[in-house]
Design a protein around this ligand. Structure first.
Ligand code: ZN
Ligand code: ZN
Length: 108
């Protein structure tokens, strides 16, 4: 089960993210990409920064948020045509392909 938390991205962070994102296109609201988890720190994917194997994330708690650039999680499902994980290296909880193998999409 995916975490249900959504966060509206403030305009100043959207503008900052658009300068970093190759396509210049960033959503105004993001859903936490983690599986349902303990704690109040959530991570929403803003943009892939393709060439470097990294992505731009919005990390937030109830009263603060910031932009972070995180390396992609390198762990893929073990079957030959298995999906890669949509999360960042060192993330808590399950890999995305462990959680909902049939409906994983990295571009939510
Ligand atoms: Zn969450
Ligand atoms: Zn992972």
């Amino acid at each position: 089960m995916r975490c249900k938390h959504w966060r509206r991205v403030p305009l100043n962070l959207v503008q900052e993210a658009r300068q970093l994102a190759p396509a210049g296109c960033v959503d105004r609201a993001v859903q936490c990409q983690l599986s349902v988890h303990e704690g109040d720190e959530h991570y929403g994917l803003l943009a892939e920064l393709d060439d470097y194997g990294v992505a731009l994330w919005l990390r937030w708690r109830e009263h603060w948020m910031n932009l972070v650039v995180l390396r992609d999680c390198p762990v893929a499902a073990s079957d030959p045509d298995g999906d890669g994980c949509c999360l960042f290296a060192g993330h808590p909880e399950q890999h995305t392909w462990e959680d909902t193998p049939k409906e994983v999409s990295c571009t939510s």
